[in-house]
Design a protein around this ligand. Structure first.
Ligand SMILES: Nc1ncnc2c1ncn2[C@@H]1O[C@H](COP(=O)(O)OP(=O)(O)OP(=O)(O)O)[C@@H](O)[C@H]1O
Ligand SMILES: [Mg+2]
Length: 275
């Protein structure tokens, strides 16, 4: 039996005030505990969809339900915030207060948490995200701001977080660190919707959704990724190193079926073959 759905999008259409329809005919669901990657070229509508999923913007037609809550229902706005959080593509849209701790505390206070709980969550999340020494949020680099923005949402501990290209501004080490923190949070039960065009990050997903021109062009499970790799190439994404390795081994007569496309998985399968 599949897990119950946490986000349900039905007949979604969206146009900005200024004009043309940006999203159309979107029907999607995200299950509790799932890790879904949303991939697509610049302007395909990823960030717009992310904001609609989180109830920051509202559909022009159709509806978005998150944990059964219609995102338009203002009376349930607090419950919605406890269910779903979003890390914006631009961290400057996320940071409101100058002091990093005040910024995190404000959002936690809005959830109705007491002072002690707020202090514990700020301390734990700041340590996890490596931002303990950041004080003035406005004076940080974009990559540092991105860490603060992610920390603020993680500290709220919603059931699901939508990450809109969360590692785009980080250095290579930072990208790996933050991506693995998100993967770890997923293992602990967080439902993750992850907008990215980084192939290694796509590999962490259970399901991949490709947006094009404001609608879903392709949608497939991770287990079908190998035979759908051309669809990612269409977007200009690189072929993962793991896939090339499997192809090369195959050309040498060694057939390998991977389960999670990690180096550990590949090593394990080769070791089984040569035993
Ligand atoms: N505030 C806005 N007002 C009007 N149109 C907008 C606005 N924001 C985005 N758009 C338009 O909506 C479309 C989708 O934009 P969106 O930012 O959702 O794309 P994206 O896939 O996230 O792109 P990127 O990869 O560059 O982040 C684009 O055509 C864009 O011009
Ligand atoms: Mg975007």
């Amino acid at each position: 039996m599949s897990a119950p759905s946490l986000i349900e999008i039905k007949g979604l259409e969206y146009a900005y005030h200024s004009g043309a329809r940006v999203l159309h005919d979107i029907n999607l669901s995200v299950c509790k505990g799932e890790f879904v990657a949303i991939v697509g070229q610049n302007g395909s509508g990823k960030s717009t969809l992310a904001r609609l999923m989180a109830g920051i913007d509202f559909p022009s037609a159709g509806q978005v339900l998150a944990g059964g809550i219609n995102t338009r229902d203002k009376k349930l706005a607090l419950d919605l915030r406890k269910t779903i959080g979003i890390v914006f593509q631009n961290p400057e849209n996320q940071i409101v207060f100058e002091k990093v701790a005040d910024d995190m505390a404000f959002a936690l206070g809005n959830l109705g948490l007491d002072k002690d709980e707020i202090a514990v969550r700020i301390r734990e999340t700041a340590a996890m995200m490596g931002i303990e020494n950041f004080t003035d949020g406005f004076e940080l680099s974009m990559g540092q701001k991105q860490r603060v923005a992610i920390a603020g949402v993680l500290a709220m501990r919603p059931e699901c977080i939508i990450f809109d290209e969360p590692t785009a501004m980080l250095d290579p080490r930072g990208k790996k660190d933050i991506h693995s923190i998100i993967v770890d949070q997923h293992k602990r039960g967080l439902t993750v919707v992850y907008v990215t065009n980084v192939i290694d990050e796509v590999l962490s997903a259970d399901r991949i959704i490709i947006l094009s021109g404001g609608s879903v062009k392709y949608e497939f499970e991770k287990k079908d990724l190998f035979r759908n790799i051309d669809k990612l190439k269409e977007l200009g994404l690189e072929t993962p190193f793991i896939f090339e390795s499997v192809d090369k081994l195959k050309s040498r007569g060694i057939d390998i079926e991977l389960e999670d496309y990690t180096l550990d998985d590949l090593t394990e399968k080769i070791a089984e073959k040569v035993k």
